[in-house]
Design a binder for this molecule. Structure first.
Ligand code: HEC
Ligand code: HEC
Length: 508
């Protein structure tokens, strides 16, 4: 574990997502827009449409300014953020793919040079040379996508790389192709969408011509997307697929959102670009840009989310801890072995806070985004320490294994319990409070009759007494379950609730 020097008010993952999404939005336009420019230029020459050519010229200036300035700044922004938020993973990605990064850099330099020449040398170059520069730009941009796509997809599906550590095994991994196709389709959509931005300022007649052209790109791209998305999904590892039906609502909402954005963009392009191009005015374009951003953002969010608990599947966890470190710290403990610890006493709440910062704060804040305080309400220190041994078993399915030994778990347990200083209420009414006890003690990993690890079958026809009797042996039933450490009253209430819920047809 590295030094978690950069403590933000929000989890680092969220910041990376924000910077990355704005960057990819523009960088996909930078690829698709390149092809769009040269193809439209060629068309203008072919049909002798000088007005259209004039627009391509103006659009090329907008294009170069936006992609070079914003693309470059936000690209550097990504390196800056990931380097600070996840130094271990960033370093690993650099080491594994050092030649890919080097080539990426070469493409990037070619891209910049070609874009500047293309946008500024309309008069100085003859038609043919000018278009050649445009194509050089496009292919350099596309190949930088080809390269970065290998690295990004490797993170989700490193494939045989985990055994061989061979560059090509990691690069041409199982999701490489579908992801490249999806991204290419998105480039096509964005080329059209961004084309509309400068088109609205043109005279109505010319505007309608450009709008129809741009609309055709949007329609083509968005029709391809569902097919490639399905192919991509089919290549996901099982744990990633499970998120689509899992307990995290945000993921399911985002899937629906992504589909809705795509449909609306397609529909708007059909209506306002192909059918009634004259209606394509600034407010409609603004909405289209917004919805296209929504498409991109939901896609990127999902891609990042379904990789949890990993940043590199099977190799480095999403909290920047290596699998090898988890094994190591489980034996030796974190205290005295990690590079960064501020507390002097390994038994203190302060040390527990250090562990929280190191291992949880990439995804949780205390009270803000994905707040931890309400999520550990009713957890006492013993229960918390036990649960930390099984984080990866919780039904959210997103959490890395805890790295540390018993002493570390006890300290973080102490810290988590300290977040809700009032001791959990004593159970008085076994009818009313059984549900809450169940939710606290079992609900992080089980449902009664939901999708994830339902207990209904196990408890059907059980009496409360029979259920109560298995509580003391839970941890011997499975290494994946913590022991039951509640009071006798809690045990009674829990058993009472579970028996009733498992035997009521529609109980949840
Ligand atoms: C990779 C991101 C990530 C890391 C690292 C992480 N968590 Fe979580 N955790 C999540 C997500 C996502 C949820 C589900 C949030 C929701 O319900 O929307 C969650 C939920 C939880 C819950 C509630 C579970 C339940 O259903 O009862 C607890 C408790 C929790 N985390 C504790 C921790 C602790 C303690 C650590 C550090 C040792 C940690 N988490 C590290 C992502 C993470
Ligand atoms: C940290 C997660 C976790 C918690 C908390 C937890 N369990 Fe489990 N439980 C599991 C897992 C995982 C299994 C499946 C067995 C395995 O994979 O080892 C399981 C299996 C079971 C089974 C056997 C189910 C069957 O169909 O055979 C029962 C019964 C059970 N749990 C009851 C409970 C009860 C009651 C509680 C609360 C007091 C509880 N568990 C708390 C993780 C948990």
């Amino acid at each position: 574990m590295n030094y978690p020097v950069w403590q933000l008010g929000i989890p680092g993952g969220l910041l990376i997502a924000f910077v990355a999404v704005t960057h990819v939005f523009v960088s996909h336009f930078a690829v698709g827009g390149g092809a769009f420019l040269v193809l439209t230029e060629r068309r203008a020459y072919r049909i002798g449409d000088l007005e259209l050519l004039g627009w391509v010229r103006r659009h090329s200036k907008f294009f170069a300014l936006l992609t070079l300035v914003f693309g470059a700044v936000s690209g550097v922004g990504i390196w800056f953020t990931i380097g600070l938020v996840a130094p271990e993973a960033t370093s690993s990605l650099i080491h594994t793919f050092v030649w890919a990064w080097a080539i990426e850099w070469v493409f990037f330099v070619v891209e910049i040079a070609a874009a500047i020449i293309y946008a500024t040398c309309w008069d100085r170059l003859d038609r043919r040379s000018h278009m050649i520069v445009g194509w050089i730009y496009f292919w350099a941009a596309f190949f930088s996508l080809v390269v970065i796509n290998g690295i990004i997809t490797y993170q989700l599906t490193p494939g045989r790389w985990l055994q061989t550590k061979n560059f090509w095994d990691g690069f041409f991994n199982p999701t490489y192709l579908p992801s490249l196709f999806i991204r290419t389709a998105m480039c096509i959509v964005l080329a059209g969408v961004f084309g509309l931005i400068t088109a609205v300022r043109e005279k109505p007649e010319l505007r309608a011509r450009i709008v129809r052209l741009a609309g055709a790109w949007i329609v083509c791209g968005s029709l391809m997307l569902p097919l490639f998305a399905w192919w991509y999904f089919a290549k996901f590892p099982d744990f990633s697929k499970a998120y689509a039906t899992g307990s995290i609502l945000m993921v399911r909402h985002t899937i629906r959102g992504g589909i809705a954005f795509t449909l609306v963009v397609l529909l708007m392009a059909l209506v306002f670009a192909l059918w009634k191009p004259r209606l394509m005015r600034a407010p409609v374009v603004a909405l289209l840009v917004l919805f296209a951003f929504g498409m991109m953002a939901s896609g990127e969010y999902l891609r990042e989310f379904v990789r949890k608990p990993w940043v590199i599947n099977g190799y480095i966890y999403a909290n920047d801890v290596r699998v090898s470190s988890v094994t190591d710290y489980a034996k030796r403990g974190v205290f005295g072995n990690a590079a960064w610890v501020t507390a002097a006493d390994p038994k203190s709440v302060d040390y527990g806070h250090d562990l929280f910062v190191m291992q949880c704060s990439k995804c949780h804040t205390v009270d803000g985004y994905r707040a931890i305080r309400p999520r550990v309400r009713n957890w006492d220190a013993t229960f918390a320490a036990n649960m930390l041994g099984h984080l990866e078993m919780m039904k959210v399915g997103t959490m890395p294994r805890f790295a540390g030994d018993e002493r570390d778990r006890a300290a973080l347990g102490l810290y988590l319990a300290s977040l809700n200083p009032h001791p959990p209420a004593q159970v008085k009414n076994i009818d009313g409070e059984g549900k809450q006890v169940f939710e606290t003690r079992c609900g992080s990993c089980h449902t009664i009759d939901g999708k994830i690890r339902p207990l209904k079958a196990a408890f059907t026809d059980s009496t409360p007494e029979q259920i109560e009797a298995i509580l003391p042996v839970l941890s011997t039933m499975s290494d994946n379950m913590p022991p039951f450490t509640g009071t006798d009253e809690e045990a009674k209430a829990l058993a009472h609730y579970a028996a009733k819920a498992a035997n009521t047809p529609a109980a949840r």
